[in-house]
Design a binder for this molecule. Structure first.
Ligand code: FES
Length: 106
């Protein structure tokens, strides 16, 4: 166990229905928590193209589509999968936990 890793607990896994995303505010961070095929993923909530809130977008498998201009990202690695987005989305490592969504916020 690495004692230098800081963790941040965001929500209960049960708070995020399969195939959906929710917004979670934690300190200065505005995050989107996704639940896809039994796995949880966490990214910044604000789109890198503008003010779109990705948790209010359309989740299609492992892709999130921003509802402002329809840019898309892969929630697993933050890579852009459709324009007009250019900049990658920040993703966060999810730390295994039985009941809660916990991340490494660094
Ligand atoms: S603000 Fe998200 S695609 Fe433009």
């Amino acid at each position: 166990m690495d004692l230098n890793v800081k963790t941040l607990t965001l929500c209960a896994k049960g708070d995020v229905a399969e195939g959906t995303a929710i917004k979670v505010e934690a300190g200065d961070l505005e995050l989107a928590v996704y639940h896809v095929e039994g796995e949880f993923y966490v990214t910044d909530d604000v789109c890198t193209h503008g003010p779109g809130s990705l948790s209010e977008g359309y989740l299609d498998g492992h892709e999130i589509e921003c509802d402002f201009h329809n840019g898309r990202f892969d929630i697993r690695d933050g890579k852009v999968t459709a324009p007009p987005c250019i900049m990658e989305l920040k993703t966060y490592r999810v730390i295994p936990d039985d009941t809660m969504v916990v991340i490494d916020p660094s």
